[in-house]
Design a protein around this ligand. Structure first.
Ligand code: BGC
Length: 768
C-alpha cells in the first residue's frame, strides 16, 4: 500500500500541506513569528485603526502605484497624464511610487504624500534592485552558479543597503521563476532550472534583502516574482502562453516561491503570462487559493507592469473596467501602471461587483508592510543624504560584489592545464569587443547603475604586469545601446577588424578571447531563436583559431549558449556570464589562478537550440534506451545526441576531486543518511560542490530520472579528504501528487552522488 502522509491523518490534510510548505525552514520561520508577536499585533491594531478612518477612494489609492513621472525637485507638472498623476499624489490616491531614486527625490515625493494628503500615509518606494543598485553584483543566473548561499545572501544584503541608502525601501526581486528554456531572455534574472537549488537561493536572497529586521535602515522589502510559471513560456518567447500540468506546477514552479514565503518575503508580483487559460493577474486560484489561503501569505501582491490592462489583450477581460474587476477579485492587491484601480474600483464597489471587504483586505496587506518597514514612524528614514554618500559605492559593497563575482565563474573546460595563465614572460593577445566593454558586464537590469562603470577584462588583466598584453576587438557590437535595443541593433556584420586580431594572435603565446552576448542581448523581451555566439563572433573565433589554437575562451552571456564548435576545438573555456561592476577583476583573478574556480552550472548547456528545453531532471519516458544499435524507435533525435553539451551542476577546478565510499544508512522510515568521501586529488587547494541526486524509482506519478536533493560546498587542501553526510527526510523523499498533496510513497529509491548531475556513484534503499 502506498503511504500517503495525508491519509494517515486525513482530517489534517490541508493543514499538513501548509505544514510541509513551512517545514522547509521551520526554525527560521519560528524565529520570525516569535520575535514579532508583539509588534505584529500592535501593527494589526494600527492598520485597523487607520483603515477605519479611510474613505473608499483613499483605500483604493493605496492600491495604486505609479512610476516616477516628473523631475520631482523641478517644477510641478501642469498638463496631461503627468499632471493627473501629480493630482492623485496630492489627494492621497497613490500608495506607491517606483523608479524614483536618490534621497533628494524620494524625500521630495514622500513629503507630498506625508504633508499634503489628508491622512499623510507614506509611500512605499519600489525599484528593480535585481542584482545591485549602483554597484552591481553578477546577474542572478551567474550568482546561482556559485552554489554559495552565504555569498548570495551577502550580495543581496549589500544591494539592499545601497538601495536603501538611496531612498528605496522595496525591491522587485528575487525573481524565482524556474526555467528550462535558454531561449527565454529572462533566464538571466533567475536561479536556473532546478527547484531545489532555486529554493535555497530564493531563501538566501530574501534573507539578504530583508534581514531579520525590516525596520533597519539597511534592509528593504523583497518581492518574489513572477507568480507564476512565467519561465515556462512556450518556445521560450517572452510573455508567451504557459500550458503546464499540475505536477510541474507543484513540483517545479511552486517550491522556490514557497521558500521565499518561508524566508518571510513581504510581497509577491504576479506575472504577464496566462497559465492554463487564465492570465496570472486574474487568477484567483494562484493569488487567493494557493498564496493567501493555503500558504497563509499576509503580505501583498503587486501586479506586473500594466498586466491588469493586458488582460484585455489576453482576451479575458473585454475592457478596463472588467479587467480591474477580475484582478481585484482574484487578489492582485496593487496595480502597477495600469491606472485601472484608481479609475474603476470605486464604481465597481458601488455596483457590488467587487466587495469592499476585498478592498479592505488588500489595503490591510499594503499598510501592514508599510508599518513593518517603519515608514509611519519615520517616512524619511531612507532619505539621509550624508549616509547615502557614505554607503553608495563603498568599499564594503565593492568587496562583496567582487567576492560573489569570482565565485560565480564556471570553468567549463581546461585541456592540458592551459589555465591558470603564467604570470610572467607570456605574450597574450586579448581579443573581443567585450574584453574592453565597461557597460555590458553590468547586464540588463542595470537601471540604477551608470554606464561605463564596470571593470573591463582588459583593465583586470592589466593589473598583472609580468606579461605582454595586446588587445584587439576583432569584431564590434553596436555600442551605446539603451534598454530598448533589439538583437538586430546590437550585432554588426563588420569584419574589418579580423586581420588585426589574427595578426595579434599569430604573435602571441596564448590568446584570450572574450566573446558572447552583449548585456542587452538577454533580459526582458530578449528571447532568441539561436543560441550560438551572436553576430560575426563565431567566424572571428574560427579565424583566430586558425592562426593560434592556444585559446582561452571567456564567455560573457546571460543564458546557456550552444557553443558546440568551441567545445570541440578550443582547449579552455571559462563561463564568466555578466559579472557586474567588478567583472574584469574577477575574471583576471581566475585566469591567473589567484582564485581557483568553483562554480557549477545552474542550467544545462545544449548542443543545439533544437534540444531546448533540455534539463537534467527529465522523465524517463516509455522508451529511454536504444533497444539495439541502429534502432530508431526510442526517445531521441536522429541527428544529434541526447546528451547536453555541459550538464547541470558541471564545473571544473584547477585541482581535481574524487568521490568514493558511498554509504546509505536508513536511520528510520523518514530519515536516511547518505555519506560519501571526497578527496582533493590535485595539487592546489580548491572548492567542490558535492551534489546528491535522488530518484524515486517507481511512483504513482512518474518521477524524474534524478533530482537534486542536497549539496555541500567543501574546501580541501591537496590530498585532504572529508566525509560528507547528507540527510534525506520526508521533505526530500516526497513529492506533490496531481491533487496538490505532498506524499511520500514506499518503494525503491536510488541516490547518486558526484560533482555534477552526471554523478556516477550510486546506491539504493527502500522505504516500507
Ligand atoms: C517586469 C518586472 C519588473 C517591472 C517593474 C516589468 O516589465 O516584468 O519584473 O519588476 O517591470 O520594472
Amino acid at each position: 500500500m502506498k503511504i500517503n502522509v495525508f491519509n494517515i491523518v486525513t482530517f489534517f490534510s490541508i493543514g499538513l500541506f501548509i505544514l510541509s510548505c513551512k517545514n522547509n525552514h521551520d526554525n527560521d520561520l519560528a524565529i520570525i513569528e516569535e520575535s514579532s508577536v508583539n509588534s505584529a499585533s500592535e501593527i494589526e491594531s494600527k492598520v485597523n485603526k487607520l483603515l477605519s478612518e479611510m474613505t473608499l477612494e483613499e483605500k483604493i489609492g493605496q492600491m495604486n502605484q505609479y512610476t516616477g513621472f516628473w523631475d520631482v525637485t523641478g517644477p510641478t507638472p501642469t498638463e496631461g497624464n503627468q499632471a493627473l498623476k501629480y493630482e492623485h499624489l496630492k489627494k492621497g490616491l497613490v500608495g506607491s511610487m517606483i523608479n524614483v531614486t536618490g534621497t533628494e527625490n524620494v524625500r521630495a515625493i514622500q513629503k507630498i504624500a506625508v504633508e499634503e494628503t489628508r491622512l499623510g500615509i507614506p509611500l512605499i518606494i519600489g525599484f528593480d534592485v535585481v542584482h545591485g543598485f549602483k554597484t552591481l553584483s553578477p546577474i542572478p543566473l551567474a550568482e546561482s552558479a556559485s552554489w554559495d548561499m552565504e555569498a548570495i545572501e551577502l550580495s543581496a544584503k549589500v544591494a539592499a543597503k545601497e538601495a536603501a541608502a538611496s531612498g528605496i525601501n522595496w525591491t522587485f526581486a528575487p525573481m524565482v521563476d524556474i526555467s528550462r528554456d535558454a531561449r527565454w531572455g529572462r533566464v538571466m534574472e533567475g536561479a536556473g532550472e532546478d527547484p531545489y537549488l532555486g529554493s535555497k537561493i530564493a531563501y538566501a536572497r530574501v534573507k539578504g534583502f530583508q534581514g531579520d529586521d525590516l525596520t533597519s535602515k539597511e534592509t528593504i522589502a523583497a518581492c518574489a516574482k513572477h507568480f507564476a510559471a512565467y519561465g515556462f513560456a512556450e518556445s521560450g518567447k517572452d510573455y508567451n502562453t504557459v500550458d503546464i500540468g499540475t505536477s510541474t506546477l507543484y513540483n517545479v514552479i511552486f517550491p522556490p516561491f514557497i521558500a521565499a514565503k518561508n524566508a518571510g518575503v513581504r510581497t509577491f508580483m504576479n506575472s504577464f503570462n496566462e497559465i492554463n487559460g487564465v492570465p496570472a493577474t486574474g487568477s484567483a486560484f494562484l493569488q487567493r487559493d494557493i498564496l493567501k489561503n493555503q500558504w497563509d501569505f499576509d503580505g501583498f501582491v503587486v501586479s506586473d507592469w500594466g498586466s491588469i490592462t493586458e488582460m484585455i489583450a489576453h482576451r479575458q477581460a473585454k475592457d478596463g473596467t472588467q479587467a480591474a474587476e477580475i484582478a481585484a477579485n482574484a487578489g492582485s492587491d496593487m496595480d502597477m501602471e495600469s491606472h485601472l484601480y484608481v479609475a474603476e474600483l470605486a464604481n465597481l464597489v458601488q455596483e457590488g461587483k467587487v466587495k469592499e471587504s476585498l478592498i479592505d483586505d488588500a489595503v490591510r496587506r499594503i499598510l501592514r508592510v508599510k508599518f513593518e518597514l517603519g515608514l509611519f514612524e519615520d517616512p524619511y528614514k531612507y532619505c539621509d543624504e550624508a549616509y547615502e554618500k557614505d554607503v553608495v559605492g563603498s568599499k564594503e559593497i565593492h568587496d562583496a560584489v567582487l567576492d560573489v563575482a569570482k565565485k560565480s565563474i564556471v570553468l567549463l573546460k581546461n585541456e592540458n592545464g592551459l589555465l591558470p595563465l603564467k604570470k610572467e614572460g607570456q605574450k597574450i593577445a586579448l581579443i573581443g569587443a567585450l574584453a574592453n566593454d565597461k557597460t555590458s558586464p553590468l547586464g540588463n537590469w542595470r537601471i540604477g547603475a551608470d554606464d561605463e562603470t564596470a571593470v573591463s577584462v582588459l583593465e583586470g588583466m592589466q593589473n598583472y604586469q609580468g606579461n605582454t598584453l595586446f588587445f584587439e576587438k576583432g569584431a564590434d557590437f553596436v555600442t551605446g545601446q539603451t534598454v530598448f535595443a533589439r538583437e538586430l541593433d546590437i550585432n554588426t556584420t563588420d569584419k574589418s577588424g579580423f586581420n588585426k586580431a589574427i595578426a595579434a594572435a599569430t604573435k602571441a603565446d596564448i590568446v584570450v578571447m572574450v566573446l558572447g552576448e552583449h548585456g542587452y542581448q538577454s533580459g526582458e523581451g530578449r528571447s532568441r531563436s539561436e543560441l550560438g555566439l551572436p553576430g560575426v563572433q563565431q567566424e572571428l573565433l574560427e579565424a583566430v583559431y586558425k592562426a593560434n589554437p592556444n585559446i582561452v575562451l571567456v564567455l560573457n552571456n546571460g543564458r546557456p549558449l550552444a557553443i558546440t564548435w568551441a567545445d570541440e576545438h578550443i582547449p579552455a573555456i571559462v563561463e564568466a556570464w555578466q559579472l557586474g561592476t567588478q567583472s574584469g577583476n574577477a575574471i583576471a583573478q581566475v585566469l591567473y589562478g589567484d582564485y581557483n574556480p568553483s562554480g557549477k552550472l545552474p542550467m544545462t548547456f545544449p548542443r543545439s537550440v533544437g534540444q531546448v528545453p533540455i534539463y537534467y531532471n527529465t522523465k524517463s519516458t516509455g522508451r529511454p534506451n536504444i533497444p539495439s544499435p541502429g534502432e530508431v524507435f526510442w526517445s531521441h533525435y536522429t541527428d544529434i545526441s541526447n546528451a547536453p553539451l555541459y550538464a547541470f551542476g558541471h564545473g571544473l577546478s584547477y585541482t581535481t576531486f574524487s568521490y568514493s565510499n558511498l554509504k546509505v544508512n536508513k536511520v528510520s522510515q523518514d530519515k536516511i543518511e547518505v555519506s560519501v568521501s571526497l578527496t582533493n586529488t590535485g595539487t592546489v587547494k580548491g572548492k567542490e560542490v558535492a551534489q546528491l541526486y535522488l530518484r524515486d524509482d517507481y511512483a504513482s506519478v512518474t518521477r524524474p530520472v534524478k533530482e537534486l536533493k542536497g549539496f555541500e560546498l567543501v574546501e580541501l587542501n591537496p590530498n585532504e579528504s572529508k566525509t560528507i553526510t547528507f540527510l534525506l527526510t520526508e521533505k526530500e523523499l516526497g513529492f506533490y501528487n496531481n491533487q496538490g498533496e505532498f506524499v511520500v510513497e514506499p518503494g525503491d529509491f536510488t541516490v547518486f552522488v558526484g560533482g555534477s548531475s552526471l554523478a556516477e556513484l550510486e546506491a539504493k534503499f527502500e522505504l516500507e
